[in-house]
Design a protein around this ligand. Sequence first.
Ligand code: SF4
Length: 312
Amino acid sequence: MVRKPVEYQSDVWVDWCPGCGDFGILASMYRAFSELDLSPEKTVVVSGIGCSGKTPHFIKTNGVHTLHGRAIPFAMGIKLANPELTVIINGGDGDLLGIGIGHFIALGRRNIDLTIILHNNTVYGLTKGQASPTLKRGLKPKSLPKPNIQDAVNPIALALSSGYTFIARGYSMMVDHLKELIKKAIQHKGAAFIEVLQPCITYDNIHTVEYYKKRVYKMEDSDWNPIVEKIDEREDKMLKALAKSMEYDEKIPIGVFYQDKCAVSFEERIHERIPTYLENPPAKQKIEQDGRPIIDNITFKKIFNQYIVEVE
Ligand code: SF4
């Protein structure tokens, strides 16, 4: 029998500010997990630091609350050690696109089969609302003494140029729509990225529920087709997605911007080099016996021969 959304709720009290958009993201994740019937034992939610960093505590699967900006390398290690797992990263705009931006680009280049859910609220909520990398220059939420002096990152354009093969944007107050995006991202074989517009009701009095209500529209309602089914469609669909990502003032599109179904994942490329990788990945290998590490002579020589220097 399929697990119900409530079965993914942990006993930990959800202590986000009442009305925070993070609640919508969490509800969408419970529903998506339920509809995909994800096994809690084979699912891992990984986070960094920030309000979004608390997400793994609220979900009854495996979870790791890691360091600031470092959720992606943790998640990459988990997935590559055991490719059977479904691994999802929850991070804020300050966490993933500030201190963690190098890892964000590296994941796209590798196209590892992971899902990122970016809680984009344009401020560092946990530390009292400083400007994050997604706040536009000239804006002054109530938490800033003066307007923001820096330009903003465009997360969709950055994901496109980094090599992500599934790229979407959702809105935290449209839970059913976001749930569908999360399901598609998890089912996609490769690096999947969802930017979620998430009002921070405590520190950002600009990007409010009213603000998004007037602007957000679904791309699916038009003849938008972002899916690459053949390699020669890539350039055209990527350029269209890039142009669409620039639309971010009076109207803000949500939905799938780009999905490349032809791309080869990192795990498949490792498998080509090491044919036993998928059946016998590092997490399944026996590495100790009776408390001592196991390493046979042949493996030992293979690893260390390259370091041996002959001395005359
Ligand atoms: Fe949400 Fe902002 Fe409160 Fe953090 S500070 S829980 S982002 S409303």
